[in-house]
Design a protein around this ligand. Structure first.
Ligand SMILES: [Zn+2]
Length: 285
């Protein structure tokens, strides 16, 4: 057999193998999706602006994510803060002030426990006034791990983020605050959410849906400090959620906009549904 024929044969065998892998992968994904069908509408998600959300579970538990309620996009920040009477958990992705936000004040008022990487937890107690008693082993973790919380109603896994993380207070030098994260949040009898935190696009995002279909991706799009619309649209293609909600735009003169994000999603062929949420709007999932 000539060398050319041998090379051709090898190429055909390789293609057949790749096709088999793709088909088997597709069948597994389809099986995973069909077995995870959940009732819709009993979980509520409220956007406060920037990366701040309130998630209310079907049983009424309340989680806040990156709770900067008093951000410039939110005209009712102070009222929203005063109105909060019940918060079970506060998830914080990294140490920057627009993500830590009003966490310490909310925790002091509601006794909400901190969900974060252990390094960030230590830093928030040390330099961020988060009550030490609310930062315990039960709600602290690190990458690769998943926390089972609130009597197993909510599971939170830490997802890496390409960003930075430090805490500075009152003009003092910045303190180490662990590696920045995103969160994969699985609600029992409810949706699976992926909050990206602040990040650039990275190819390992494609691993996220292998562990369960993402219902809603909360994606930073502002550009400059995080991925912008074009790179965020590529991230959506990798994660392939049912719905994507843009966040982390409209403050600090960030150039990324939902309009540019919509164009990028269309142009780049993302299949997910875009849902642009207003500040203060509640989405039922
Ligand atoms: Zn940041």
């Amino acid at each position: 057999m000539t060398l050319l024929k041998q090379a051709l044969l090898r190429s055909i065998r390789l293609r057949a193998l790749l096709l088999t892998i793709v088909l088997v992968g597709g069948l597994l994904t389809f099986h995973g999706m069909s077995s995870q069908a959940q009732p819709v509408g009993n979980t509520q998600l409220l956007w406060y602006g920037q990366s701040a959300f309130k998630l209310t579970t079907p049983s009424g538990k309340v989680l806040l994510i990156d709770p900067w309620l008093t951000n410039p996009l939110n005209p009712n920040g102070k009222t929203d803060l005063a109105k909060l009477d019940r918060v079970d958990l506060i998830l914080i992705s990294h140490g920057h002030v627009d993500h830590v936000g009003d966490a310490a004040a909310i925790a002091q008022k509601t006794n909400a426990k901190l969900v974060s990487t252990a390094d960030l937890g230590t830093a928030l107690v040390g330099y961020g006034s988060y009550p030490k008693a609310l930062v315990g082993m039960e709600t602290q973790g690190n990458f690769g791990g998943e926390l089972s919380l609130l009597n197993d109603e909510v599971k939170v896994a830490f997802v890496p983020a390409i960003h930075s993380s430090a805490i500075a207070s009152d003009g003092s030098p910045a303190n180490y605050a662990g590696n920045p994260s995103g969160f994969l949040i699985r609600v029992k009898n409810g949706p699976t959410l992926y909050h990206t935190g602040d990040t650039d696009l990275f190819s390992d995002m494609s691993l996220i849906p292998q562990f369960g279909k993402v219902t809603v991706m909360l994606a930073c799009i502002g550009d400059k400090f995080t991925m912008g619309p074009i790179r965020a649209a590529e991230a959506v293609k990798l994660v392939n959620p049912q719905t994507v909600i843009p966040m982390h735009y409209g403050v600090f003169n960030l150039p990324g906009t939902p309009t540019a994000f919509a164009q990028a999603l269309r142009r780049q062929g993302a299949k997910s549904q875009l849902r642009v949420v207003k500040v203060g709007e509640v989405v039922r999932l």
